[in-house]
Design a protein around this ligand. Structure first.
Ligand SMILES: [Mg+2]
Length: 230
């Protein structure tokens, strides 16, 4: 589950709730302000001490700031399992540098999300060793585009993540089916329907904490709740 950019007490409240619901990995949105990002992380650890972290900077840091965050976390004894999109999407050299230091000094993998919006981007990332993981989103790449990126990444041994935009259970269910069918994703980040106050899609996959169960019903399995649609 993800924790948006909020004050430390708010983040701790969410983390405690997610812990209760069985989430042991939290994705922390960072990148706005380095020192408040660290404060948020400290607050979360107090309520969820064994929590694993994925950091997602959404392009928000400079390369130096991204490395500084890793340094600070290292001092605190925290090793994120992944550091997503630390720098601006077009900062290829920065991405390469952060990836090199993150892995070499701290053993942390870096994922390209916004930097990988096409097959061309994927090839550039793979050939230039710019990141260790590529985040596949169907809304970003399209289904066929995603399959092309997946193919080149798998051939090169680049790890894969599957994520999404703010999506309903319809799109997320489709992405989940794809992930379950292909079985090649190391990181699964398909939580956005859990953040929606209302979802017009009923049925489909079943959710128990962080585990999704897919039924063998035809198609995606879900259907639209027509009453709620104007
Ligand atoms: Mg991201």
């Amino acid at each position: 589950m993800q924790i948006p950019i909020v004050a430390p007490n708010e983040a701790a409240k969410l983390a405690a709730e997610y812990k209760e619901r069985g989430f042991n990995t939290l994705k922390l949105k960072v990148g706005k302000n380095l020192s408040s990002d660290i404060e948020v992380l400290k607050a979360i650890r107090l309520v969820h001490p064994d929590c694993l972290f994925i950091l997602d900077a959404n392009e928000g840091y400079t390369a130096n700031e991204a490395i500084e965050v890793l340094e600070k976390l290292n001092e605190m004894g925290v090793k994120p399992i992944l550091f997503e999109q630390p720098v601006h999407r077009d900062n290829w050299e920065g991405l390469r540098h952060v990836s090199q230091v993150a892995k070499g000094e701290y053993g942390v993998s870096v994922a390209a999300d916004e930097s990988c919006r096409s097959l061309e981007d994927a090839k550039r990332i793979i050939e230039g060793n710019l990141a260790h993981v590529i985040n596949i989103k169907l809304a970003k790449l399209g289904v066929l585009g995603a399959l092309d990126v997946i193919e080149v990444a798998r051939a090169a041994g680049t790890e894969l993540m599957i994520g999404g935009m703010v999506e309903t259970r319809l799109a997320m269910g489709f992405a989940g089916h794809l992930a379950a069918g292909l079985g090649c994703f190391k990181y699964i980040d398909l939580d956005t329907p859990l953040l929606l106050s209302e979802d017009p899609v009923l049925g489909g996959y079943e959710v128990t904490g962080a585990v999704y169960n897919f039924t063998d019903s035809s198609g995606q399995g879900g259907f639209l709740h027509w009453d709620g649609i104007c």
